[in-house]
Design a protein around this ligand. Structure first.
Ligand code: GEK
Length: 248
């Protein structure tokens, strides 16, 4: 798990004590170190990214839209773009962090492709979703207030084509207190093994407390079913991080 990236791109945001800890934000500072941060913090992230293309391969429909909602630096967009099999598809990638969108645009330009990416700096709660064959929410829904999640899922469902899929990746919680405690401890061990100190872990946890709200897998499945999806199955899990595929 040795890290060999340049110091300016290494996540050290919480490495010093912060007496006035503010809520976590996807600003320029986070954007600069985001790739390092997410890989060292989210178990299974790299694996999910490398497998996401399979959904584009199997589910992209001719002349349809593929959405990456909460695209950050474009890792999911790039994985999807590489594997889209159907003709006439466009990708719509959305994030409400200006810093992320700016860097994402540069990242997308570095790899040639004939597939259009419409990159938008916008709130995913405001954008129109239509003609969608594949929709990806890779660790984004967890940042939407709980009471607004059902409406978003319904809008996504309504904007999807029959046979389309929604990929929903989330940090999850567990009803069983013992399982919750065990998974949390393993997640902390994962971060420590990736070079984060106890102070970094606890300060980041406090900054994220009100911003990132995990739910159980069952709660996600119930909401997806209520929105109309005919199935909502876990296709990936690594510790307390899960990805669900919901089919219209
Ligand atoms: C990846 N999917 O690398 N509207 C738009 N964007 C939002 C909103 C919102 N309401 N809320 C949060 N975001 C990416 C990783 S990161 C996950 C996604 C993480 C954006 C936010 O700006 C950030 O870029 C992204 O969602 C979440 O596959 O940091 O754990």
């Amino acid at each position: 798990m040795k890290n060999q990236i340049p110091p300016s791109q290494r996540d050290q945001i919480y490495s010093e004590e912060q007496p006035m800890l503010v809520d976590f934000r996807f600003d320029e500072r986070v954007t600069a170190v985001f790739s390092d941060m997410i890989r060292r913090s989210v178990p299974g992230y790299g694996e999910i990214i490398s497998l996401l293309g399979l959904f584009a391969l199997n589910y992209s429909q001719p002349n349809s839209n593929i959405y990456d909602l909460g695209c950050s630096l474009g890792a999911s967009t790039l994985a999807l773009r590489e594997r889209i099999a159907a003709g006439g598809c466009s990708i719509i990638a959305v994030d409400n962090s200006e810093a992320m969108i700016k860097q994402c645009a540069e990242n997308l330009q570095q790899i040639e492709s004939t597939i259009d990416v419409d990159l938008r700096c916008a709130d995913i709660r405001d954008i129109e979703i239509n003609n969608a064959s594949v929709v990806v929410l890779n660790f984004t829904l967890q940042f939407i207030p709980l009471e607004q999640r059902a409406a978003l899922m319904q809008r996504i469902y309504q904007g999807m084509l029959p046979g389309g899929v929604l990929i929903l990746s989330e940090k999850v919680a567990f009803n069983d207190p013992q399982e919750q405690q065990q998974q949390e401890a393993l997640h902390i061990a994962f971060k420590q093994a990736n070079g984060y100190s106890e102070m970094e872990i606890s300060q980041k946890r406090a900054a994220l407390e009100k911003v990132l709200v995990p739910e159980t897998i069952a709660a996600h499945q119930k909401r997806l079913t209520k929105a109309g999806f005919s199935s909502a199955n876990v296709w990936f899990q690594c510790l307390n991080f899960t990805s669900i595929v919901a089919t219209k």
